[in-house]
Design a protein around this ligand. Structure first.
Ligand SMILES: Cc1cc2nc3c(=O)[nH]c(=O)nc-3n(C[C@H](O)[C@H](O)[C@H](O)COP(=O)(O)OP(=O)(O)OC[C@H]3O[C@@H](n4cnc5c(N)ncnc54)[C@H](O)[C@@H]3O)c2cc1C
Length: 300
């Protein structure tokens, strides 16, 4: 295994022991051994094939808005695709690279009077993360608009998926099962009225700002919706709003969110998550599963 990835790939921006708290929405998380910012598919492929050949763990993160990176950081190579952020509009199709912001993608659709992506106007992830998670809000889901996805498999080969092959489900897509890296997505939209599209996006964003603690760092809804219940209501009814461990706190504005109120760490977040899960289980017999992805090394 190369001791120095920067020497191996002088043309690719790579940082060593880079704190991921600089990139995560919660402002927590330990360092990546190596953090690379590839500029194009060829660079992604070089890194993927290198990791494969050297049995080096490889992790891809998007905008880290649905992610808790443990304080031990991430072993091996981590990639962030923010430099691959192109968005093109061709007829009724919006074609976005994986590192593009999902919010910017909704704006591109609006600017071309295309309707269908309004639901995502306030989802603060990348296009890659939205495909991976089948992000959704206000009755809309990524699965209803994503018609094609190009991904790279762990051996560096390219795979094209159509909508059916993506096997979208609640916060699930086939990319998760194949350990693929999303490179690009096509959204098939319909011609619409720009004023109506804008009004809907503004309305959804206002509703979001009224309900969600957007003024504080968080990772969105922490728990999946348990069948027959709402996670936020269970947490509220259990009297857990305001529960704090270190600097992480169950939001007093939206019980489904955990906010970083005072230099919290990933360990603080995990302590709050475990306390919420144990309390809700004890009071209501319901197991809360995390929607947020928890990755990285345990701290010793
Ligand atoms: C304030 C707030 C509000 C939110 N509201 C919503 C909402 O309404 N609806 C909703 O669904 N979510 C919501 N979220 C959660 C989050 O924005 C979405 O899940 C989003 O799709 C995650 O995208 P990301 O780029 O941030 O992914 P990350 O958090 O970086 O990663 C999430 C997972 O996707 C994987 N991943 C990321 N990029 C790629 C790629 N290119 N290829 C393969 N895998 C990849 C990562 O490995 C990780 O497992 C909210 C979050 C916040 C902070």
């Amino acid at each position: 295994m190369a001791n120095n990835l920067m020497q191996e790939f002088p043309d690719i921006q790579i940082l060593k022991d880079e704190p991921l708290s600089k990139y995560t929405n919660t402002k927590t998380g330990g360092p990546a051994d190596w953090l690379a910012f590839p500029k194009d598919v060829a660079e992604v492929q070089k890194l993927v094939q290198f990791a494969d050949a050297n049995a080096m763990p490889l992790t891809v993160i998007g905008n880290a808005s649905n992610l808790i990176v443990r304080d031990g950081g991430i072993e091996g190579l981590t990639m962030i695709l923010t430099q691959m952020n192109g968005i093109q509009v061709e007829g009724n199709r919006v074609i976005a690279q994986a590192g593009a912001s999902y919010i910017e993608t909704t704006k591109a659709a609006r600017d071309h009077s295309l309707t269908g992506l309004e639901f995502a106007a306030g989802i603060p992830g990348s296009v890659g993360g939205a495909i991976f998670m089948n992000a959704g809000a206000y009755g809309g889901e990524t699965k209803n608009v994503a018609s094609e996805v190009t991904a790279m498999l762990p051996d560096g080969t390219i795979k094209h998926y159509d909508n059916e092959e993506l096997d979208f489900g609640y916060r699930h897509s086939a990319v998760q099962d194949n350990h693929g890296i999303v490179l690009e997505a096509v959204f098939d939209l319909k011609p619409g009225d720009q004023a109506e599209i804008t009004a809907l996006m503004d309305d959804l964003n206002a509703r979001r700002a009224a309900k969600q603690p957007l003024e504080l760092p968080s990772c969105g809804s922490v728990f999946k919706r348990p069948e027959g219940y709402f996670a936020g209501k269970l947490i509220h009814d259990a009297g857990l709003q305001g529960y704090t461990s270190g600097g992480a706190q169950v939001s007093t504005k939206h019980a489904g969110f955990i906010v970083n109120v005072d230099h919290g760490t990933a360990t603080d977040y995990l302590n709050v998550i475990h306390h919420v899960q144990a309390t809700v289980k004890e009071k209501f017999g319901v197991s809360l599963e995390t929607e947020v992805r928890i990755i990285g090394r345990e701290t010793e």
